[in-house]
Design a protein around this ligand. Structure first.
Ligand SMILES: [Zn+2]
Length: 88
């Protein structure tokens, strides 16, 4: 009772890594850029030049895109354990 639900949800800053481990060259040089207006994301490795584009749903985040990237890369080759994305 009387407990007002605040409209503003406080979102703690996620400690997401800026760069992800590249599924092809293994370096942490993969950057994910999400363009929400266009509903697509680009994952690009600045080391080996790997670049993949994905259509995304608005709720997806960088990590999800990175997962799609690894799925796409590993989907074509033998599945190997991926270095996990660092989570908090
Ligand atoms: Zn790479």
């Amino acid at each position: 009772m009387g407990r007002r639900r605040k409209k503003v949800v406080h979102i703690p800053k996620k400690r997401l890594p800026k760069f992800f481990s590249c599924p092809t060259c293994g370096k942490e040089t993969v950057k994910v850029e999400i363009s929400r207006e266009d509903s697509h994301a680009v994952a690009q490795c600045s080391s080996c030049g790997l670049k993949e584009e994905f259509p995304i749903k608005h709720a997806l985040g960088e990590v999800d895109v990175y997962c799609m990237l690894t799925d796409r890369v590993y989907g074509t080759v033998k599945r190997t354990p991926v270095t996990n994305v660092k989570k908090e």
